[in-house]
Write a protein that binds this ligand. Sequence first.
Ligand SMILES: *Cc1c(COP(=O)(O)O)cnc(C)c1O
Length: 351
Amino acid sequence: MPNLPEKLTGLQAYDPITGSYAVRLDANESYFDLPSVLKAKIADRIEELDFNRYPDPLANETIQAFAAYYGTHANLVTAANGSDELLSLLINCFLAKGSKLVTVSHDFSMYRFYAALSEVETVVVPKTAQLQIDVNALIAACRDADAVIFSNPCNPTSLGLPRNEVIRLLESVSCLVIVDEAYMDFWDESVMDLVTKYENLIVLRTCSKAIGLAAVRMGFAVANPYLTGLLRAAKSPYNCDGVSQAIAATVLRETSLLEQCRTEIIMQTQRLYTAVAELVKRYPSILECVYPTRTNFVFIKTAYAREIFESLAKAGIAVRCFADGLRICAGNRREQTLLLSALEQILQPIG
Ligand SMILES: *Cc1c(COP(=O)(O)O)cnc(C)c1O
């Protein structure tokens, strides 16, 4: 065996739920596939592609479409192979071995994963009993840290930190502040417009959730021109392939379709929240609570997470299991009906 660093020992490949499930509510994807007219438009674009040529290293057309849709400027945007690549890049290149990264818990597991790989020290600030970010504790932890990262709205809790609280954090710390807004399409408290005001702010967005392009791998960092210049310089030159660039650019221009999907998903999520809140009322000894959601999923606090997760899996329904709860993506009307009747059947005998 070659001599490899210790940080690699025990590392496991990311293992999303595999197998065939009739209903997939585990990965927070959009439940809308692209309409066939749009797929045909994409097919035409791909047919025109010069497959023998390297793609545009900055994905200019795509960042312009992104900037137009979100009301920002392309010169503040860096495109990447999913926001996962940006997380890796930021933690790898903007921090060094031994740097301190502040995270919160619960939050997206990938932050700690990349930090461990880069031998960056993570300081985990626990959330309040209501699973909200404790901004005062976060500010205190940032005092001797190099960066802080959190998702807003949060995966997996579905809760949002209001914009004025994020601003309070920005006003109080000098380290790099990375706000992962993967689900901000479902809420309205973005700080993307503040990247030129705060020199330490980086906002991450993705096409994997509300935009419905999880298959394509396209994520964006929005930051001031200085940080953007560094990100563009540090990334690998052709990080976004030509096919993904063409698809994302095409879809991001479909503003009325995107608005329609976004509104519909928010409505379906509220519908799921209401139905689950009803179950919480009826089975209080099993389901502790469901949190008000600002995302496209709900988080149910329950000591029976593992049991319910396994019973749902047997019924062909995939959700995400945590030690203290279940994260369930909204899904369409039919999927929601299947989920709710399966939940009913599982809860009845236990309750
Ligand atoms: C889904 C998700 C992402 C998106 O990752 P991609 O690599 O763009 O698919 C980023 N952050 C959070 C918190 C997420 O839940």
